[in-house]
Design a binder for this molecule. Structure first.
Ligand code: NAG
Ligand code: NAG
Ligand code: NAG
Ligand code: NAG
Ligand code: NAG
Ligand code: NAG
Ligand code: NAG
Ligand code: NAG
Ligand code: NAG
Ligand code: NAG
Ligand code: NAG
Length: 849
């Protein structure tokens, strides 16, 4: 007998996970305006052209066109946003429906840049035969750069039209569409309202998903949901002290679906995690866990709450209350007696308004004072907007009001247009794509001489860059040179829209400023996919700025190296000059040396950082695009990432503009570079060479050793300039007297001597007497090796010396193999504030109008 029960449980628990995935009868996944199929999260989206057999696109002549942008914006969460179809007149997609009933209608919008139309301000109105899905939505006042909408509509006829209505004078567009059958059992016709009454007639109404949360668990994507849904983590909506809640989870395999409740209601991943009370039995018995949502108060919402007792060890141990807007919604909910066991899923549908006509809706769970058991849980929550009396999910106009000449919406179906013209415009689009490809190939062939094939394509004009960078005399006509090069004809990393930049930097919020230089301010930003970036916004006033902008884009996009700060992309919309770089979590090297409260760097860390920076400069001087002079090497232009890997920043800017040191205001236009770091030979010969960078790097080495600024006018005269002062001590062989006090006694004599000698050679009066960066690099690595040897001599036996030695030598010869392990995990000190995933935040748009 027990055997049979065991077998029964096995079937109950395992089958839903493995076998009973629902197969939709209607399953249209369409990537609009695309030329090829796109695979995303395990599903294949087909292009909407050429016309596939089972759905059609109806538009009037030449009013539809395809736009695609396959290379830029790869930070978008889905490749579906890379193309779109644009309509200048009312257009409709028509789908054959093989199985009447509820269908998902999922719409993806992203306003790709288009030279002819301003898609950001295009009002989007989308209808079905019976429902208004969106009305007059524009991206202009919207906080996100892309929009994902999910509706569920009961389709009763055998044809479904999806109609895009541009308002007069403007356009409409769509990036991707899903029309997918939903199992009938998913939405019941009935629900309860608060206070307790019954609400019927749901099956005839349209729903729009506003929030769908997996409490206490990770983002669940369509890969793990048989109905292609996203379930977002709830953390961003929780409205309590973080210590007051506890995330609980169990293995999804232990979830026992009862009969009549399938994984289509919610996958086991949802029921197997929950938010529960952090401190059961101890907290105030009146304590509530509350989630707060922004909603449109003119609509009514269907709330589906998912519960599964995964915390109790025995029956009847968990009894709690559920509140909606402070009104009791479910009283004394005892999951185990309701379902006759634990780990059994249960859900409840409730229809509610927002709170007292305000735009917030709150859901709380709290202990039930009548019982002794003080805990409460919630596993999942869906909030769906219910269509209003106008059969609209947005606004107060019906389909009939918006399209008066359609008879109850069905008229749209009868409109027939000439399909061949649609084909005509598609053929045009294909020709354009082919032409573009051809141009790129030709350009690539031209470029092959000086680029790695995987790098972004270099500019046609880049051959002149090298001479330009090594001749100061070229600077006089630099702006002329740079502005000849059109950005439009080049391929320089991602192109960001101004909207994306605004969103990432919270409208250039001053609290996000990381630094300020001659070019403009640098902001920290977060892209919609969560990538942290540094945004350098040029001051649009100066012509000089524009030249620098072009120079830096050209230069950076050709240079890729572990020890150079990478350019991710740029934005030149609205005459803005914005550069987007990778974000360097640990800021400038100077900050870690002096003038801040940061933990002082160890000698070993400092050597590693100098070696990294030297590698970056060596690459600039000798790498793929040879002969680039940085011209402004200093400790504020050496940045540290989260693992304290050094990267050189700000080349390009230093070329054309006066480099402004934060504290130096007296910048002469004749002199480039920063005082204190300037090559003395430059004054004699008015010419910068690679050896000028070597000199500046020598100053950096001293700054790193002594932890003081290159110039400190507050000191006695002979100490003002670090190069003069430290070299005087070096020549006396007493460099150890002036090292950073936090290092004194912690540097091996041999290592310090090698380091001091290297700095001294860098600071030679004549460029010809200075070593190249390659030599400097080698010497610094040797200094590191000496340090390691001495450490092991004092602490280890002979055998381990040779093994450590071997490791260091390996590090010396491999160029790119410095890794975090050198720092023994010390890089973990910075806490990245991981914003809650914004992948799903697009449906968090309560004001869809
Ligand atoms: C529509 O046609 C495509 C291509 O022939 C096919 O893969 C897809 O299954 C069809 N969809 C429906 C709903 O018939
Ligand atoms: C659409 O929105 C714009 C502003 O966003 C407003 O001026 C216009 O009146 C709206 N049109 C309708 C029909 O609501
Ligand atoms: C946009 O973001 C700001 C600040 O993050 C917020 O105050 C505002 O309500 C948001 N607007 C919308 C429409 O979500
Ligand atoms: C645009 O719409 C308004 C009313 O919504 C109408 O008065 C006007 O004539 C229309 N303009 C054009 C060019 O169709
Ligand atoms: C869809 O609507 C029809 C007609 O109103 C109804 O018979 C059917 O049950 C509904 N289907 C669902 C899944 O609600
Ligand atoms: C999704 O499913 C895979 C296996 O199919 C599993 O390894 C993974 O953890 C699941 N992800 C989530 C978020 O549940
Ligand atoms: C969070 O809870 C702790 C103790 O539970 C309390 O001391 C603290 O003040 C609370 N913080 C906030 C912001 O409510
Ligand atoms: C809470 O109290 C109940 C009854 O006193 C006890 O059985 C249970 O173990 C307690 N739970 C915790 C987490 O302390
Ligand atoms: C919990 O919420 C309910 C409903 O709003 C309220 O009656 C109760 O006082 C709340 N408890 C606390 C501690 O706020
Ligand atoms: C919504 O709120 C209004 C008044 O605030 C009330 O008359 C109406 O019955 C409520 N509807 C639902 C479904 O709760
Ligand atoms: C809700 O509205 C009623 C009547 O309009 C008012 O008496 C009450 O104070 C309101 N409650 C809140 C929390 O605003």
């Amino acid at each position: 007998m027990e055997y049979y029960i065991g077998l029964f449980l096995l079937i109950c628990t395992r089958f839903p996970l493995i076998f009973s995935a629902f197969t939709p009868i209607d399953n249209y996944l369409i990537s609009c305006g695309s030329t090829e199929s796109i695979s995303f999260e395990g599903r294949l989206f087909n292009p909407d052209s050429p016309n596939p057999p089972n759905f059609s696109l109806k538009t009037s002549k030449a009013s539809s066109s395809a736009i695609s942008n396959p290379n830029s914006n790869s930070h978008l969460p889905s490749p579906l946003y890379q193309s779109l179809r644009l309509f200048t007149q009312t257009a409709s997609y028509q789908f054959d429906i093989h199985q009447p009933g509820r269908h998902w209608i999922r719409l993806y919008f992203y306003p790709l840049p288009d030279s002819n139309h301003d898609l950001l301000s295009a009002p989007l109105t989308v209808l079905t035969d019976d429902f208004v899905l969106m009305h007059n939505f524009t991206f202009k006042n919207f906080n996100h750069t892309f929009l994902f909408k999910e509706f569920s509509i009961n389709v009763t006829s055998d044809l479904l039209s999806l109609v895009f209505v541009p308002s007069n004078g403007s356009v409409s567009f769509i990036n991707a569409i899903e029309i997918v059958s939903i199992p009938d059992a998913l939405i019941d016709d009935e629900a309860v309202t608060i206070p307790s009454a019954s609400f019927t007639g749901l099956s005839g109404l349209g729903l729009e998903t506003m929030y769908r949360l997996n409490m206490g668990g990770p983002l669940i994507t369509p890969l793990n949901d048989s109905l292609g849904r996203y379930w977002e983590n709830d953390w961003g909506y929780l409205h309590v002290n973080s210590s007051a809640v506890k995330q609980v989870s169990v293995d999804p395999i232990t979830i026992k679906y009862p009969s009549g409740l399938t994984i289509e209601i919610a996958p086991a991943w949802v029921y197997s995690t929950a938010e529960a009370m952090g401190d059961p039995n101890v907290t105030n018995p009146d304590f509530n866990i509350t989630w707060v949502f922004t909603v449109d108060p003119t609509f009514v919402y269907l709330l589906r709450m998912h519960f599964c007792d995964i915390v109790s060890e025995a029956l009847n141990m968990l009894v709690f209350n559920v509140y909606v807007n402070d009104n009791i919604a479910i009283e004394s909910l005892d999951l185990s007696s309701l379902k006759g066991g634990i780990s059994i899923p249960y859900y409840k549908d409730i229809v509610s308004n927002s709170s007292n006509g305000s735009s917030t809706l709150t859901i709380s769970i709290g202990t039930d004072n009548i019982e002794d058991f003080s805990n409460a849980i919630l596993n999942g929550l869906e909030i769906m907007k219910i269509s209003n009396e106008f059969m609209a999910l947005d606004g107060t106009l019906s389909v009939h009001d918006i399209l008066p000449d359609s008879v109850s919406g069905k008229g749209v179906k009868r409109v027939q247009f000439i399909v061949s013209l649609v084909f005509g415009s598609l053929a045009m689009a294909i020709i354009l794509v082919v032409l573009r490809y051809y141009c790129l190939t030709v350009r690539q062939r031209k470029a092959q001489n000086y680029s790695n094939p995987w790098l972004p394509l270099p500019l046609i004009g880049s051959g002149t860059m090298r001479t330009m960078s090594s001749k100061v005399s070229m600077l006089s006509n630099r702006s002329g040179t740079a502005s000849c090069i059109s950005l439009a004809s080049t391929n320089l990393g991602q192109v960001f829209t101004f909207q994306e930049i605004l969103y990432a930097t919270n409208k250039f919020d001053d609290t996000l400023v990381l630094g300020e230089g001659g070019f403009g301010k640098v902001y920290k930003g977060i892209l919609e996919d969560g990538t942290t970036i540094a945004v350098k916004r040029g001051n649009p006033r100066s012509e000089q700025g524009l030249a620098e902008f072009h120079t830096e884009i050209q230069m950076l996009s050709k240079l890729r190296h572990r020890h150079l700060v990478s350019l991710i992309g740029y934005c030149n919309e609205r005459s803005e000059m914005i550069l987007v770089y990778e974000y360097m979590a640990n800021g400038t090297l100077r900050n870690h040396l002096y003038g801040s409260d940061l933990k002082p760097l160890s000698w070993r860390q400092r050597l590693e950082i100098c070696i990294g920076a030297a590698r970056g400069l060596h690459y600039l001087h000798t790498g793929a695009t040879r002969g680039i002079i940085h011209r402004d090497v200093k400790t504020t232009n050496i940045l540290l990432d989260q693992n304290f890997v050094a990267k050189v920043a700000d080349f390009g800017l230093s070329k054309a503009g006066p480099a402004l040191d934060e504290n130096q205001t007296h910048v002469s236009t004749a002199v480039k570079g920063s005082f204190g770091y300037l090559d003395p030979e430059y004054f004699r010969r008015q010419q910068l060479t690679e050896k000028s960078d070597v000199y500046s790097f020598g100053v950096v080495l001293l700054e790193v050793l002594c932890a003081r600024p290159a110039l400190n006018p507050g000191l006695p005269r002979e100490q003002v300039n670090i190069a003069e002062w430290a070299m005087a001590w070096q020549k006396k062989g007493l460099l150890d007297q002036i090292v950073d006090p936090t290092l004194s006694g912690k540097i091996s004599a041999a290592s310090l001597k090698k380091y001091g000698d290297t700095a001294e050679k860098c600071l030679a009066d004549y460029g010809s007497d200075r070593p190249g960066m390659g030599d400097v690099l080698w010497n610094l690595e040797y200094a590191l090796q000496l340090e390691d040897t001495s450490v092991s001599l004092t602490s280890r036996d002979e055998n381990s010396i040779s093994s450590i030695h071997g490791t260091v030598m390996e590090g010396h010869f491999g160029d790119n193999n410095v890794n975090g392990s050198y720092f023994g995990g010390g890089g973990g000190s910075d806490m990245e504030n991981d914003a809650p995933s914004s992948v799903f935040s697009q449906i968090v748009n309560p004001k869809g109008r």
